[in-house]
Every structure is written in C-alpha cells, then in structure tokens.
Design a binder for this molecule. Structure first.
Ligand code: SAM
Length: 195
C-alpha cells in the first residue's frame, strides 16, 4: 500500500460530508460521532490506523462489514480495486451510497443484510474490514478471506474489544494477532450479538 497516498486522501476527505447537519460542526474532532439508529462514524485516527493495518493494494478486492456513513468505504475504495460493503440498516446504506456516488466512486458494491455472514457470492476477498464488534471470529468471514489475505476485526463484548489482525498464509493457514483495544458498536447477526 502507498502510505503517502493514504495520508493525502485521508486528509483531503471532508468528514462533515458524511454526517448529518447537527453533527457537522464536530466533524473535525478526533472522536466518533452519532449517525443515527444508535450507530457511529468512527474516530478518524482509528479509521486511518485500521486502514494501515488492513493495507489494501491497488488490485485488492475488499469486503467491508458495517458501511455506516460510508467514510471508511470511501478510503477503501480509493486505495483498492473494488469494495463490497454490507450494512444491516437500510437507511444508513442508502445515505452512504448517495455520498459515495456523489464522490464518483463506481467501484463500490452495496448489500443490505447480515454482514457477519460475509458476502459469499463474490468471495474470496483479499482484504476484509469489519467496523463493528463481533462476539467471536466469524467462520464465514475466515472462509471468505483469500489465501494471502488480511482481515481487521474488533472482537469482544460491548464497551471494549480487542482489535485483531487475521492473516491467511498462501497455504491457507490462519494467524491471529491482537493489536490494541478499541470501542465499537456491536456487530449484530449470526456471528454478532443478538438483534
Ligand atoms: N465504518 C463506518 C463509517 O465509516 O461510518 C462506521 C461503522 S459503525 C461503527 C458500525 C456499523 O456496522 C453500523 O452502521 C451498524 O449498523 C453496522 N452493523 C452492525 N452489525 C452489522 C451486521 N451484522 N451486518 C452489517 N452491518 C452491521
């Protein structure tokens, strides 16, 4: 991944575009902000850190779980070939899609549903980014990760989770590393927390 390109795009992206009017004045703060339905746009420094960790390449096919505002999606779409993004709340997805289309991204594919099950149809993915806290590591996501791929996922109970980096070797062996502690909203669904 070109780290300079990531930093430049990250700095150029206007976060106020991804939040509702009443939140725009807080957009420059390095904090999560509400986006409705009890969900949040993540803290910008964490979005940057997680993207560095995921390290998408120009030809990567990326699966993102938890579209939210579309802010992280825009960064992934800029840094990779295709982004398949899944969100369970249809209103959030519609708003995110409009924003990403307004930014002229034509390499983003959208699905409303339970992202804890991944998106089997287009698997395998070179990179998987999960931006909500899972209860356990979803088998479905591990099986949809390509050999040689990387997945970034917060795992743990509401309030505080471990941010995990999952890597798959070219032979398909899975390695799991804990990177830091984070606080995300819950991943709902089959491998998440109950609805
Ligand atoms: N990355 C987003 C951004 O840049 O705005 C923030 C994501 S927010 C912290 C987590 C999102 O995950 C919420 O929009 C929530 O609705 C979504 N979510 C939770 N469980 C999900 C599931 N099982 N499938 C898809 N999306 C889910």
């Amino acid at each position: 991944m070109d780290h300079q390109e990531l930093e430049t795009y990250f700095r150029s992206l206007d976060r106020s575009f991804f939040v509702e009017n009443d939140m725009k004045k807080y957009a420059n703060l390095d904090q999560p902000l509400p986006i409705g339905f009890g969900q949040t746009i993540s803290q910008p420094s964490l979005v940057l850190e997680m993207t560095r960790l995921l390290s998408p390449e120009k030809d990567s096919k990326v699966l993102e779980i938890g579209t939210g505002s579309g802010f992280q999606t825009a960064i992934l779409a800029k840094m990779s070939a295709k982004v398949f993004t899944v969100e369970r709340i249809d209103v959030l997805m519609e708003k995110a899609k409009k924003r990403l289309e307004a930014l002229n991204f034509s390499n983003v594919y959208y699905k409303i549903g339970d992202g804890s099950m991944g998106w089997q149809e287009y698997a395998p993915y070179d990179r998987i980014m999960v931006t909500a806290a899972a209860r356990i590591l979803p088998d479905a996501l591990v099986s949809q990760l390509a050999n040689g791929g990387r997945m970034v996922i917060p795992i743990g109970p509401p309030g505080l989770q471990e941010l995990k980096l999952i890597t798959k070797t070219v032979d398909g062996d899975v390695n799991i590393k804990t990177i830091t502690m984070v606080r995300f909203v819950e991943l709902k669904g089959q491998y998440g927390w109950t609805e």
